[in-house]
Design a protein around this ligand. Structure first.
Ligand SMILES: NC(=O)C1=CN([C@@H]2O[C@H](COP(=O)(O)OP(=O)(O)OC[C@H]3O[C@@H](n4cnc5c(N)ncnc54)[C@H](OP(=O)(O)O)[C@@H]3O)[C@@H](O)[C@H]2O)C=CC1
Ligand SMILES: CC(C)CCC[C@@H](C)[C@H]1CC=C2C3=C(CC[C@@]21C)[C@@]1(C)CC[C@H](O)C[C@@H]1CC3
Length: 396
């Protein structure tokens, strides 16, 4: 809990330092005056308020989540993409009225600090709220009796006030949309400093906007992820969603602002192809599974080979899910590589996301395997026999 915020601050400091050495010591230790700013606090609270207001707007659809322990289901508004578009409109209006969005680039440190503070306070409130929650609403993990462990993992599965779902809100809105807004601010700052944004900055902005736009367009799919169906809402997700995502996922754009990299058109085209290839696998695999889970007789998936399980559900064993057991992770990792390549090969720092993400997905894959083995038993073993590789064909 201390190491994660410290790592984030280290990354922010190193990205703006001359040598930009990921593995070196931080260039300096920031004093409280560099971290604390009432303006950053006000900006951050306004941002959270705006995203909460957009969440409460009428949605194009209200989706039902997975069945809970007590056989009930929760309802979720599907209006994340709408929130992204409305935020973009508001930011465009602000920019045309002279709002200095580029200045955000200089406020990242105090903003990351207030986001971390918010995550700590929020997690504490969530922990206290869980003390009053009925046992049926608690998450399978995160209720060990060890307060530090439970504070980290989160005790309540879907903490809500009326229909406002805190975990679902945080997972997709303030952090994910904040990430692309920070990228945009870095792009505008670069244009201000150097006359126009570099090609590398355009690519990083474009690729990551595509990723975030896609996540919000496919918002309903998040309802079946283990974060929503299995994990409690505690410090790990609160900090991950509110601070880690916007301030470390934008590291490549931060690096480019302080360390401009030459990028020619031929190399840029190759990088675009790599991103497109990763996105094709990522989206293809995710859509195939989502379509199949919604309706196995859908003509787009009806011809795929499957393994029956004792639960009545089937497992896909051909198509994307017959290639490796987590084809979506493979696509995601290929995209992560494409986001770092525009930053050149001179530094390790822009590759931090790729390294961290590999570790996160390998760990996540292990967790998912254990849950699937528990859920599907012998059928899962048969699936593993038929599809022996986890993420990368013939390698892992
Ligand atoms: N950028 C980031 O920081 C992160 C991105 N992600 C991305 O989010 C997306 C969702 O990831 P995540 O929730 O981890 O995992 P998945 O979308 O891969 O979901 C795993 C679930 O899929 C179902 N499943 C597994 N194998 C099969 C099969 N052969 N046939 C049918 N169903 C199967 C099982 O659930 P069931 O059988 O119950 O349906 C399993 O529990 C991924 O694309 C991932 O890359 C994830 C984490 C972080
Ligand atoms: C702080 C820790 C080291 C780890 C925190 C993990 C979180 C940052 C991630 C856990 C699962 C996530 C998902 C996404 C973003 C990152 C977190 C919140 C997506 C929303 C990214 C876009 C994809 O299309 C869907 C993802 C679902 C899981």
């Amino acid at each position: 809990m201390l190491l994660l915020p410290a790592t984030m601050v280290h990354l922010l400091l190193v990205a703006r330092s001359g040598p930009a050495r990921l593995l070196g010591p931080p260039p300096y230790l920031p004093g409280l005056e560099a971290l604390w700013s009432p303006r950053a606090l006000l900006l951050w609270l306004t941002w959270l308020g705006l995203q909460a207001a957009l969440y409460l707007l009428p949605a194009r659809k209200v989706a039902e989540g997975q069945e809970l322990k007590d056989k009930s289901t929760l309802r979720y508004p599907i209006n994340g993409f709408q929130a992204l578009v409305l935020t973009a409109l508001l930011v465009s209006l602000g920019v045309s009225a002279g709002l200095p969005v580029g200045e955000l680039a200089e406020m990242l440190l105090p903003l990351a600090f207030v986001a971390t503070l918010t995550a700590f306070i929020f997690s504490l409130l969530l922990y206290l709220k869980a003390l009053l929650a009925p046992t049926s609403t608690l998450a399978p993990g995160g209720n060990s009796g060890n307060p530090i462990y439970d504070f980290f993992l989160g005790r309540e599965l879907n903490p809500r006030i009326r229909s406002f779902d805190f975990k679902y809100f945080c997972e997709l809105r303030p952090g994910l949309i904040g990430w692309v807004l920070i990228n945009l601010a870095l792009l505008m700052k670069e244009a201000e400093l150097r006359g126009s944004p570099s090609l590398a900055m355009w690519l990083v902005n474009g690729f990551q906007l595509l990723y975030v736009g896609d996540a919000l367009w496919q918002e309903e799919a998040v309802l079946t992820t283990m974060d929503i169906t299995h994990d409690g809402f505690g410090f790990m997700l609160a900090f991950g969603d509110l601070a880690w995502v916007p301030f470390t996922y934008s590291l490549q754009a931060q690096f480019l602002l302080y360390h401009p990299q030459p990028l020619g058109l031929p190399m840029a085209s190759v990088i675009c192809l790599i991103n497109a290839f990763g996105f094709y696998i990522f989206r293809g695999a995710n859509s195939q599974k989502n379509t199949f889970r919604k309706n196995p007789s859908d003509p787009r998936v009806a011809d795929l080979e499957t393994i029956p399980t004792a639960t009545g559900r089937q497992l896909l064993v051909s198509g994307w899910w017959g290639m490796v057991r987590h084809p979506n992770y493979l696509g995601d990792l290929i995209m992560a590589l494409a986001w770092s390549l525009p930053c050149g090969m001179s530094h390790l720092l822009p590759y931090f996301y790729l390294l961290y993400f590999t570790a996160l997905l390998v760990h996540r894959e292990g967790r998912d395997e254990r849950q699937c083995l528990q859920k599907y038993g012998l059928a899962w073993r048969e699936y593993c026999r038929r599809v022996p590789y986890r993420i990368v064909p013939y390698i892992y």
